[in-house]
Design a protein. Structure first.
Length: 470
């Protein structure tokens, strides 16, 4: 078992403690008994949850927020070098620890499962966390979103398994040494850190090389980048490779996916036997995530039929096709999708769930660099909707790039035949959607930025509107 608290983590200070990845580590450390402190840009439910665990959370960034006795300062790649708390840490000679190193230290002495891929990490990690908990294995986990059941993104368990997202965006997943690694897909993204697919492949090669001797790589047999990675690593000494997917060559073969409204029934062929279970979220991509989770659990020695049943208890994670509510006959669903592949998958899933009704989308592009490289593909994905509203780019950690705006996406969407409207004033979005939506329609808020905040506003507007006539 792992030691309660790594020595350097006894009094950690997190800069940006409210972030999905940072808050998860902070919560686990607080549960283990560390004196946790940190700062974040604004108040949030996450900040309140951390305070409830005994953490000190400051709002805003100031040098005085860093205590003199801090044992380390934890940062993510999003923290800028001129942050006042980081500058004070240098003046006090307080060690600065990257988030990935902090997470790696929490896994020491445990059996880690690291979930990697350009998209699908949060869902797959969540599915594993729920299934293993359901089976009484009491895992620890760190996830990039809040589970619908427990309502948290992290947990310190007493069991021997630790499930974590492995973030490739800044190469931080090179720090982990998992017993089981999942690679869902390998695609070009994170353009500020990767200049080419060759660099992406090199990065995933390094990650899979960190799997412990005798460990297992669970990898897609369908996605081209993953297949290429499999060809390079299969045959490595001490590495077991288990492929999954619809390909006839898959070790765990997806035999059939049957949509059932906002759920799916999945049948797989595993070790010569058919196994059927339910996934409580729609879309074939989520079904594939569940099969990856199944294969990973089996690699740890957990009986497949037990895992299959437990996976059916997964009810979703925040922002991954999360139902926000229904008003005046219109359902509002939130999606974190921001890469064209994710967008296409979620839109296809919602297209099926909408049946004969309409699918209306509120899309917020995420990052200038991603829009520059993939704006055309984002626009083409929006052609799957009946109508879309496109907001301005959410910058996150980036500065603007001259000439790069959401107009790139709007133009591409219109060229693909989409009905799309650019909206520059967020305050008008709810009214625009309420004026378009009819009973039975699905409204999808989509993107990795603050577009998620519009869901409740749209529902309020729908509740108070005068119903449009069709």
């Amino acid at each position: 078992m792992a030691s309660a608290i790594p020595t350097a983590m006894e009094r950690p200070h997190f800069i940006g403690i409210g972030g999905a990845g940072m808050s998860g580590i902070a919560k686990i450390l607080a549960r283990r008994g560390a004196k946790v402190a940190g700062s974040d840009a604004k108040e949030s439910d996450t900040a309140d949850a951390l305070r409830a665990l005994g953490a000190t959370v400051h709002i805003g960034h100031a040098a005085t927020h860093l205590a003199d006795d801090a044992s380390c300062v934890v940062v993510s790649s999003a923290i800028r070098a001129d942050n006042p708390e980081l500058l004070r840490a240098a003046g006090l000679s307080v060690p600065v620890v990257h988030r990935s190193d902090a997470l790696a230290s929490l896994m020491d002495g445990l059996r880690p499962i690291a979930v990697a891929g350009t998209h699908g990490k949060t869902t797959t990690t969540s599915m594993l966390a729920v299934a293993l908990s359901e089976l009484g294995l009491d895992p620890s986990y760190a996830i990039g979103g809040d589970l619908a059941g427990p309502g948290t993104n992290a947990r310190h368990g007493e069991g021997e398994i630790f499930v974590a997202e492995a973030d490739e965006s800044d190469r931080s997943f090179h720090k982990y040494a998992p017993e089981v690694a999942i690679v869902l897909n390998v695609e070009l993204d994170h353009h500020a850190n990767y200049a080419s697919m060759a660099e992406i492949h090199e990065s995933f090669d390094t990650f899979t090389g960190r799997i412990v001797p005798g460990g297992t790589l669970v990898i897609s047999a369908d996605q081209s980048g993953a297949v290429e990675l499999t060809e390079r690593v299969r045959g490595r000494d001490g590495l077991n490779v288990v492929s999954y997917g619809e390909s006839e060559t898959a070790d765990v073969r997806v035999h059939k996916i049957t949509p059932r409204g906002l759920t799916s029934e999945v049948t797989v062929l595993l070790d010569g036997r058919f196994l059927t279970f339910t996934v409580s979220v729609p879309g074939s991509h989520y079904a594939h995530n569940a099969v990856a989770a199944l294969a990973a659990g089996v690699a740890l020695g957990i009986p497949a039929h037990n895992l299959a049943s437990a996976l059916g208890k997964y009810t979703g994670v925040g922002r991954r096709l999360q139902l926000k509510g229904e008003a005046d006959g219109v359902r509002v669903i939130d999606s974190y999708a921001h890469h064209p592949t994710e967008m296409t998958a979620d839109l296809a899933a919602m297209r099926g769930a909408a049946a004969d009704s309409r699918l209306l989308v509120v899309f917020q592009p995420h990052l200038f660099s991603r829009t520059r490289e993939l704006g055309k593909e984002m626009g083409e994905a929006l052609a799957l909707a009946d109508a879309s509203v496109v907001l301005d780019i959410y910058p996150a950690r980036e500065d603007p790039i001259p000439g790069i705006t959401s107009a790139l996406i709007v133009d591409a969407a219109r060229a693909a035949g989409a009905d799309v409207t650019p909206v520059h004033d967020r305050e008008t979005v709810a009214g625009a959607i309420a004026g378009m939506a009819r009973p039975g329609d699905l409204v999808l808020t989509m993107g990795a930025g603050d577009v998620t905040d519009l869901g409740p506003v749209i529902l309020d507007r729908l509740s108070g509107r005068t119903r449009p006539t069709s």
